[in-house]
Design a protein around this ligand. Structure first.
Ligand SMILES: Nc1nc2c(ncn2[C@@H]2O[C@H](COP(=O)(O)OP(=O)(O)OP(=O)(O)O)[C@@H](O)[C@H]2O)c(=O)[nH]1
Length: 381
């Protein structure tokens, strides 16, 4: 049987590729709970409306009580988070993950809606759950991000609470998290240092630019965490050099224009660095898939051929059984009386060397039935 091998290149070309769009730019807004993501999206939306460039806004947080901005797609219209918790007996985080997973199954519809808006919308904004890990480390989060990145210029916006980051140790935790998300999502990344109406973010920029300044901030603290922060600051030097940081106030809107410029630069970065890399990885994955399919086909083919070789014409079956019985027949006299052994059957027909398997089974059954039940027999004493 011949199996047609699919040439790898052909398989790659045959992948159903949806049309790619130059816009809208998809902004995935991530950040720890309370960092100001929702207020940030609200401010961004209202400023873009004021500029006559209304964004397409998607809320991916199934657990939020209310959405304080005009939203085009709301996960809460598709999935009832409380009902999901009840039906699957889940806690709040499990409920959010499951709701996102359910929503991800409809993500193709969302993509179609966003794509339809590509002519008249420049920016699509995705607000995500406050439990950041629920999005960044879940299967649905990965599906959503990868699907978007394959079809639209996609940028990750990581919102940091600047007020809470004045402590070097908290700042370091935030940066490590940002770094791990960048590493995981492999997309252009903008850090939004939010709440600069309360605390300016200059201190953080200094810490990122100059290790000595950070060292001074940690000076005097000899705790394990402070020492670790010092070492990590050196390790993150490369990350700091390449990352785009914007100071922002989600309350006053300060930093809005700088943010838009950062988005423009991130789109260029997406087109020049990320998209070719993304395409390369997709091609590799498609090649791997095709190779695996070909390997499975080959294995199936050889297994099938081996089975065919082994296959015994039905006319020979009784001969094979006969041979088996004959071997047993040689030793059966020694083991006479042993139960459950096909060879212990002192069968007169063995002389002929043949007894049908069914007949043998019938006899075994009868023997079993005629035997007293030793286990249940009550003791005579
Ligand atoms: N002063 C000041 N307060 C802000 C700013 N941004 C957000 N806040 C406040 O910070 C708190 C949290 O803001 P949210 O927008 O709800 O934060 P979030 O990240 O969406 O929170 P989760 O939904 O829990 O993830 C609210 O009280 C906001 O009013 C800001 O730029 N300046």
């Amino acid at each position: 049987m011949a199996t047609a091998e699919v040439p790898v290149d052909e398989a790659v070309i045959d992948q159903p590729l949806l049309e790619r769009h130059k816009k809208p730019v998809c902004l995935i807004v991530l950040g720890m709970a309370g960092s100001g993501k929702t207020t940030f999206v609200q401010q961004l939306t209202s400023r873009l409306h004021a500029k006559n460039k209304p964004p397409y806004v998607i809320n991916l947080d199934p657990a939020c009580k209310e959405v304080p901005y005009p939203v085009n797609i709301d996960i809460r219209d598709t999935v009832n988070y409380k009902e999901v918790m009840k039906q699957y007996s889940l806690g709040p985080n499990g409920g959010i993950v499951t709701s996102l997973n359910l929503f991800a199954t409809k993500f193709d519809q969302l993509i179609t809606l966003v794509a339809k808006k590509s002519a008249d919308t420049d920016i699509a904004i995705f607000d995500t759950p406050g439990q950041i890990e629920v999005f960044t480390w879940s299967a649905s989060g990965t599906i959503i991000t990868e699907t978007l990145a394959a079809l639209f210029p996609t940028v990750v916006v990581y919102v940091i609470d600047t007020v809470r980051s004045v402590s070097p140790v908290t700042f370091m935790s935030n940066m490590l998290y940002a770094c791990s998300i960048l590493y995981k999502l492999r997309l252009p990344f903008i850090i939004v240092m939010n709440k600069i109406d309360v605390v300016k973010h200059d201190f953080a920029l200094e810490w990122m630019k100059d290790f000595d300044v950070f060292e001074k901030a940690v000076n005097g603290d000899e705790s394990y965490h402070a020492n670790l922060s010092r070492s990590l600051s050196m390790a993150l030097d490369e990350f700091y050099q390449d990352i785009t940081t914007v100071g922002f106030s989600a309350v006053t809107g300060e930093g809005f224009e700088a943010f838009l410029k950062a988005v423009d630069a991130a789109v260029v970065e997406y087109e020049t660095d990320y998209r070719p890399e993304h395409d390369r990885l997709q091609k590799l994955q498609a090649e791997e898939r095709t190779k695996e399919q070909n390997r499975q086909k080959q294995k199936f083919k050889s297994d099938f051929e081996k089975d065919n070789e082994r296959q015994i014409p039905s006319s020979q079956v009784s001969d094979i059984f006969l041979r088996h019985r004959a071997v047993g027949g040689e030793s059966s006299s020694d083991e006479e009386g042993q139960e459950g052994n096909p060879e212990d059957d002192d069968d007169e027909e063995d002389g002929a060397g043949y007894k049908s398997f069914h007949k043998y089974l019938e006899e075994q059954k009868k023997k079993q039935q005629s035997k007293p039940n030793k286990v249940n027999k009550p003791s005579s004493s």
